[in-house]
Design a protein. Structure first.
Length: 158
């Protein structure tokens, strides 16, 4: 499984960097599920791509989330706050607790899941944002189940 993990991570990194060359890309940290780094590509419309890479998630030792979001900037009648919702896929690789931590410990498995999120961005400037999000994760392989996840984080836009 170690070689497969390395190949998948290399492909993910190549994809993100090739995509970021032609998009407005923000980067930062996310704490919660997953805990790690977060990237957000502004598409120029009211939709975005969010990519999270986390370590030691309940859904794998290494976890990659790819989420397409729909933004609702007028939801709060504020230029600093923005509501968003999205749906995407989750790939978990390596050891993980699964959804039922005490019963179904996963070892060196590939976990695939579907994730939905609802969140709020606080944008005090065009170069910085703080976000809070919550949503379900439904595992469809190795550790089938569902969980509600939450995360808090920030991103910088160079």
């Amino acid at each position: 499984m170690g070689n497969i993990l390395k190949k998948v991570l290399i492909l993910i990194i190549i994809f993100i960097f090739s995509y970021s060359a032609r998009a407005d890309l923000g980067f930062g940290l996310i704490v919660g599920e997953p805990t790690g780094i977060t990237l957000k590509s502004r598409t120029g419309s009211s939709n975005d791509w969010i990519f999270n890479l986390g370590l030691k998630s309940h859904y794998g030792g290494v976890r990659f989330d790819g989420i397409y979001t729909f933004n609702f900037p007028q939801a709060f009648n504020s230029r600093d706050f923005e509501l968003y919702a999205g749906v995407g896929a989750v790939i978990g690789l390596g050891d993980g607790d699964g959804f039922f931590k005490e019963k179904h410990k996963r070892d060196d498995d590939l976990g695939l899941g579907v994730k939905g999120i609802m969140g709020v961005n606080f944008k005090p400037s065009k170069k910085f944002e703080v976000f809070l999000e919550l949503g379900p994760l439904v595992g469809i392989t190795n550790g089938v189940g569902a969980d509600i996840e939450g995360a808090l984080g920030f991103r910088f836009y160079p």
